[in-house]
Design a protein around this ligand. Structure first.
Ligand code: KG4
Ligand code: ZN
Length: 336
């Protein structure tokens, strides 16, 4: 089989990343420079700071990815880049870097949706067998996506308010944890018990939508009321109770969709796919309730933002010869 190498670039939020991917499924390099330390003291990602870091990093990261993959620009078949969704100033750095490389080396340019990228991170684990469902849970999105074939996306359910990762990060702030709180809360949850019984939103409703803002409010009320009364709450139990609610809603609704749709696979994707509790709960439920559907979960290194996943999703467009022009712009609100 002919080998096509794609240079992929991702800069939608607070990670500057470049990767070289062979035929959309083999990682030759995947360099990720995280800016988290610079944003931590502000309790969230500061868009202006993110853009400045991307500008400083992008050329170095691309060079590092090319060096590690041991390929030359002449070896490449295309340049793929995240066009959205994300922070406009951050996206623009990647888009312009990709255009510059494509123009300088006469390569086709591929525009990739960041969420499609998250879904395709699973391609490095397993080949995708359509039709399939994907549960995409990140800092900005929570979506259940039906894919009839490569590159086709139908959102069958999504969050009505906060994304799952956003809820984690917001309650992390209430607990006085550094940003982003998701990973730490996951660790704390494993040392605590679900004793506070937070609400499980929209569980009984006949749709695949989610809501996490009510849970967040209950959590905040619980903590504030206890503070006012001078009561001590166990932080690990709070984390465990919050996490139990998030997982129960995500897993129950996803399983319902798996049973309703005739699919071959369920893919988990996005930053929150790194959650140990979610990975375990989904694996258990799928093994018991839908053993005929294959569950695919990306390794931890590919759950968060990275350019490898952009190279995998970009390869689908490459095969269709669907290329972008040099007028490609960042699309901060891009939908799947
Ligand atoms: O996909 P991602 O890297 O960036 C976006 O596209 O949003 O996701 C980042 C989100 C953050 O909200 C972070 O707190 C959350 O993923 N996250 C976790 C865990 N690791 C990262 N949430 C829960 N448990 C984790 N282990
Ligand atoms: Zn992401």
């Amino acid at each position: 089989m002919e080998k096509n190498w794609i240079l992929a670039i991702e800069s939608s939020c607070d990670e500057t990343s470049a990767a070289v991917i062979e035929n959309g499924e083999v990682i030759l390099s995947n360099i990720v420079a995280s800016q988290i330390k610079s944003h931590m003291r502000f309790g969230g990602v500061v868009p202006e700071i993110a853009s400045r870091h991307h500008v400083e990093q992008i050329t170095l990261i691309i060079e590092e990815a090319m060096e590690e993959a041991n390929v030359t620009y002449e070896d490449l078949s295309a340049v793929a880049v995240t066009e959205g969704p994300g922070l406009v100033g951050a996206l623009l750095i990647g888009v312009n870097a990709a255009k510059a490389v494509a123009f300088a080396h006469n390569l086709p340019l591929i525009a990739v949706n960041h969420m499609a990228g998250h879904i395709y991170s699973n391609k490095f684990v397993h080949s995708m067998k359509f039709p399939l469902l994907a549960l995409v849970v990140s800092g900005g999105h929570t979506e259940l996506v039906y894919m009839a074939e490569d590159g086709s996306y139908e959102i069958i359910g999504e969050t009505r308010d906060d994304a799952a990762g956003e809820a984690y990060d917001k309650i992390g702030r209430v607990l006085g944890l550094p940003y982003p709180g998701g990973k730490i809360i996951d660790e704390m949850a494993h040392k605590g018990k679900d004793v506070y019984n937070f609400p499980r939103a929209m569980l009984k409703e006949d749709n695949y939508d989610f809501s996490f803002s009510g849970l967040k409010s209950s959590f905040i009320n619980k903590v504030h009321n206890a503070e006012q009364k001078g009561e001590e709450l166990n932080a690990n139990d709070l984390a465990a109770s919050f996490q139990a609610s998030v997982i129960e809603v995500l897993v129950t609704k996803t399983l319902r969709a798996v049973k309703e749709y005739d699919v071959n696979q369920l893919l988990l994707a996005g930053g929150v796919a790194a959650n140990k509790g979610l990975r375990e709960a989904l694996s258990d439920v799928m093994a018991k309730e839908a053993p005929e559907v294959e569950l695919v979960i990306p390794p931890l290194s590919l759950c968060g933002d990275n350019a490898a996943m952009i190279g995998a999703a970009g390869f689908v467009e490459f095969n269709k010869q669907q290329f972008a022009g040099y007028d490609l712009n960042a699309k901060p609100g891009l939908l799947l």
